[in-house]
Design a protein around this ligand. Structure first.
Ligand code: FES
Length: 106
């Protein structure tokens, strides 16, 4: 069961544990983590699941897919480490993952 910590823009951490195969977006919404709405249900069509991947985890999480990259162009506060949480599937290899939410999402 991978463990993930979400950091709200105000610095409040939320640590959750989810079954392998859960998306990072669902990990947040299933645990009522503020700042991740997931309005489109994970279809890569809303960008309300925008997160910043902690630099130490970028290589393990991997890069954006092309749909995700397009959608993130509409997101505010885009950074090199921006990802859409619905496009990341959690495995035990990502146990301990740390992500932060942008200012517009709270
Ligand atoms: Fe809509 Fe991720 S939940 S883009």
């Amino acid at each position: 069961m991978p463990n993930v910590t979400f950091i709200e823009f105000n610095g409040t951490p939320h640590e959750v544990e989810v079954p392998e195969g859960t998306t990072l977006m669902r990990a947040a919404t299933d645990h009522n983590v503020p700042g991740i709405d997931g309005d489109c249900g994970g279809q890569c069509a809303c960008a309300t699941c925008h997160v910043f991947i902690d630099p130490a985890w970028i290589d393990r999480v991997g890069g954006r897919n092309s749909n995700e990259d397009e959608m993130l162009n509409f997101a505010s506060g885009l950074r090199d480490n921006s990802r859409l949480a619905c496009q990341i599937t959690l495995t035990n290899a990502l146990d301990g993952l740390l992500v932060a939410m942008p200012e517009g999402q709270h």
